[in-house]
Design a protein around this ligand. Structure first.
Ligand code: PMP
Length: 360
């Protein structure tokens, strides 16, 4: 018998059971082709149709305007930390970055290899528990774009608004894409690793406004060159075919759930349930300013760090997996991606209540 746990891992993360079952049923023979998707040439008409269908679904779900290219790349969001400056600026350029925590800092460090990074806001003073106040971001003269991390997966800090600036807005949406509607037209570039809300690891989504294409530095690796990839329908080289197919199935599932409005309602309810339980208790705490609390990643602490290991171990025994905080910060963290049902969050809250009774 298959036993499935509630998996709160930050990524790779839980996938919808219906998607896994569908993939299982199609694993040996994809719709009469006589072969598995993982055995297909990426140039075959079967795979080209899988790829095109996934793109069409993504465009419709996220409301991607026609003047944007949608790319399915490799190299993770980390690859895009380099691709962003390489594709958007010439040598010697500068760009503005916002630092709201661990992933912003990684984007900044990688960006510094290629340009003059100007950090226009750094939430260090709050220990990265906040985002800059709406309307406060100022882009210095000459900066080519503004980069920010829409959702900090480790710190659990999410922008509740889209910054308004006069330069192209670039965002790392890895851990929040598809969790709620997003006005794509406000952005120059949106990128995201797939392994949270989109599907399995191995695929990186880039949505880029077409007028920003065609200016990559000559030394840009071809696999990171958005224009070259756009021209080749993301198949300049062999794409991660299986991951692409699975992302397509996840997108179909999101559609069946009622799209992003419906995802937002469910995700809001899940987040409210967990934050509500944390705030109502004197035992658990979450340091993030309420307005900037992530719907997707909820870090929390117990009063005594010595209780963290027993918490995580006993939770795992109760079928609640992946609750350890990121290795860089410790504590606990529950990731509540689209595929995590409300019942999973309720089971976590019930476990937390019991654990508090025994250890509080
Ligand atoms: N940005 C964010 C917000 C992330 O959560 C992650 C991965 N957890 C990354 C970037 C890095 O992604 P990848 O491992 O796909 O390069």
């Amino acid at each position: 018998m298959t036993v499935r746990v509630y998996n709160f891992s930050a990524g790779p993360a839980t996938m919808p059971l219906e998607v896994l079952e569908r993939a299982q049923s199609e694993l040996l023979d994809w719709r009469g082709s006589g072969m598995s998707v993982m055995e297909m040439s990426h140039r075959s008409k079967e795979f080209v149709s899988i790829a095109a269908e996934a793109e069409a679904r993504l465009r419709s779900l996220l409301g991607v305007p026609d003047d944007y290219a949608v790319l399915f790349l490799q190299g993770g969001a980390t690859g895009q930390f380099a691709a962003v400056p390489l594709n958007l600026t010439p040598a010697g350029a500068s760009a503005a970055y916002v630092s709201t925590g661990s992933w912003s800092k990684k984007a900044i460090a990688e960006g510094r290899k290629y340009l003059d990074v100007q950090v226009v806001a750094d939430e260090k003073a709050s220990n990265y528990a906040t985002v800059p106040a709406e309307g406060s971001l100022e882009v210095p003269e000459g900066a080519a774009y503004l980069h920010y991390t829409l959702n900090e997966t480790i710190g659990g800090v999410e922008f509740p608004y889209v910054p308004q600036v006069d330069v192209p807005l670039v965002t790392d949406a890895s851990s929040t894409i598809l969790s709620r509607p997003l006005d794509v037209s406000k952005f120059g570039v949106i990128y995201a690793g797939a392994q949270k809300n989109l599907g399995p690891a191995g695929l990186t989504l880039v949505v880029v406004r077409k007028d920003l294409l065609g200016q990559a530095r000559p030394e840009t690796p071809s696999v990171l060159d958005w224009s070259a990839m756009a021209e080749a329908d993301s198949m300049l080289n062999t794409p991660p075919t299986l991951a692409w197919y699975l992302v397509g199935l996840v997108l179909e599932w999101v559609e069946q759930q009622g799209g992003l409005e419906s995802m937002a309602e469910r995700n809001r309810a899940k987040a409210e349930l967990l934050y509500g339980a944390i705030d109502a208790s004197d035992f658990y705490s979450n340091p993030v300013a309420p307005a900037a609390r992530s719907w997707m990643n909820v870090p929390f602490l117990v009063p005594d760090p010595a209780l963290e290991k027993p918490f995580v171990a006993q939770a795992a025994e109760a079928g609640l997996s992946g609750l350890g905080g990121h290795r860089s910060v410790g504590g606990m963290r529950a990731s509540l991606y689209n595929a995590m049902p409300l019942e999973g969050v309720q089971a976590l809250v019930d476990f937390m209540t019991d654990f508090e009774k025994q250890n509080g």
